[in-house]
Design a protein around this ligand. Structure first.
Ligand code: G3P
Ligand code: MG
Length: 250
C-alpha cells in the first residue's frame, strides 16, 4: 500500500536547479511540491551528506571520492556553480540539515541510500538511525505517512536499515524487476518497489500491486507517460520536470 504523495520532485528541484541542494529543494517547494526524492551517502567521518555521485567532479569541483572528505569539508564545497552562476556557493547539504528542513516545512521524503562501495551496511544503518530518531514521535504514534521512506539499490543497505530501525519503511530500488524481485523485497520487508519506468511492463505493474507492494517509478518527465503509468496501477513517481508535471498531476 502507498500512503504517500503521488508526484515527487527528483533530487530536490529536478533539472530546474542544482540537484541535491537546498536551492533545489526550495525550487521544488516554489513549484508547490511537498514531496521530494534525494540521495544520501556517507562522508569520511561517517556523517551523511546529500549527494548523488560517489565522486567529485560533476556537481562539485575537485577530484577523489566523497568518502575521501569529512562532511564539513564537503559542506564548504560549491555544489551549485556547475549549474549556473546564480547558484555559486550553494553547499553540499548535511543530511540532518536537509531532512530537518523538510520535516519543518511538511515536505515528505523519499531518502535514497547511495552507499559508496564497501560502505553499504554502514550507510543504511547510519541514515536509518538518524531518520528514525528524527521521526520517533510520528512512528510511535503510528503516523506512518509522515515518516520518510528509505529506498536503495543496495540490498545490504536496506538490510542494515531494517536491522537498525525496523519501524521505518523501506523500498527496493531496481532498474528493472529481476525474476526474484519478490524474494528480495520480502527479505528487507519492503513496503514498496521502485523501478525505472523505461523497463516496466503493465503485467509487472499488476504483479507488484497484486503482491501488496507500493509501486513507484523513476524518473518520469513526460505527462503522457506519467498518465500511462498511473493507468497501469503505478502509485507514484518522481520527475525532473517539475515545470511540466506538477504535484497535483493526475
Ligand atoms: O530514487 C530514484 C532515482 O533517483 C534513482 O536513480 O541515479 O537518479 O538516484 P538516481
Ligand atoms: Mg536518487
Amino acid at each position: 500500500m502507498w500512503r504517500y504523495p503521488k508526484v515527487l520532485a527528483h533530487r530536490g528541484g529536478g533539472t530546474l536547479a542544482p540537484e541535491n541542494t537546498m536551492a533545489g529543494l526550495r525550487r521544488g517547494m516554489d513549484a508547490g511540491f511537498r514531496a521530494v526524492e534525494y540521495d544520501v551517502m556517507l562522508a569520511r567521518d561517517g556523517v551523511p551528506v546529500v549527494m548523488h555521485d560517489p565522486f567529485l567532479g560533476r556537481t562539485v569541483p575537485g577530484a577523489g571520492h566523497v568518502h575521501d572528505y569529512d562532511a564539513l569539508e564537503l559542506a564548504a564545497m560549491d555544489a551549485g556553480g556547475w549549474f549556473g552562476a546564480a547558484f555559486e556557493g550553494e553547499p553540499v547539504p548535511l543530511f540532518v540539515e536537509f531532512a530537518q528542513y523538510c520535516k519543518a516545512h511538511g515536505v515528505w521524503m523519499n531518502i535514497e541510500l547511495k552507499p559508496a562501495p564497501g560502505y553499504e551496511m554502514e550507510t543504511g544503518g547510519t541514515v536509518a538511525r538518524i531518520a528514525a530518531a528524527m521521526f520517533a514521535e510520528e512512528l510511535a504514534a503510528g503516523k506512518l505517512a509522515q515518516a520518510p521512506l528509505l529506498s536503495s539499490f543496495s540490498h545490504d543497505a536496506l538490510l542494515s536499515a531494517r536491522e537498525v530501525a525496523p519501524q521505518l519503511p523501506r523500498a527496493c530500488l531496481m532498474s528493472e524487476l529481476p525474476p526474484d524481485w519478490e524474494r528480495r523485497a520480502r527479505e528487507v520487508e519492503a513496503a514498496a518497489i521502485h523501478v525505472n519506468h523505461r523497463h516496466l511492463r503493465p503485467q509487472q505493474a499488476h504483479e507488484v500491486k497484486a503482491a501488496g507492494f507500493g509501486l513507484f517509478c523513476y524518473t518520469v518527465n513526460e505527462a503522457a507517460r506519467a498518465r500511462e503509468l498511473l493507468d497501469w496501477g503505478v502509485d507514484a513517481f518522481c520527475t525532473d520536470r517539475i515545470d511540466l508535471i506538477g504535484p497535483d498531476f493526475s
